[in-house]
Design a protein around this ligand. Structure first.
Ligand code: SF4
Ligand code: SF4
Length: 81
């Protein structure tokens, strides 16, 4: 079986303003804003359900999301049919 390569979003909390644009464009709804102290920042809640579409990274007006390639799709990411 071929290995599935994919990328996951990595949020730079120092650049993130908590504007929520990335949350709004994420179709599977796996991003949310988490409050830490006085600020909000985007967090990937469910990496297994992330499609790796990169829409969040494209939409972020503050260049706070970088897509990070992961070596292969871990078994926990397999879609159950
Ligand atoms: S779009 Fe960018 S700045 Fe706005 S919440 Fe998402 S990561 Fe943070
Ligand atoms: S890569 Fe796509 S599915 Fe994953 S968090 Fe970003 S918008 Fe959502």
């Amino acid at each position: 079986m071929p290995r599935v390569r994919r990328a996951l979003p990595s949020v730079d909390a120092d650049r993130c303003t908590g504007c929520g644009w990335c949350v709004a464009v994420c179709e599977p709804r796996v991003l949310s804003l988490h409050v830490t102290g006085w600020r909000k920042s985007s967090t990937l809640d469910d990496p297994a359900a992330c499609t790796g579409c990169a829409l969040c990274a494209v939409r972020c007006p503050f260049d706070a999301i970088r897509m990070v390639r992961v070596p292969e799709k871990p078994s926990s990411f397999q879609v159950k049919r």
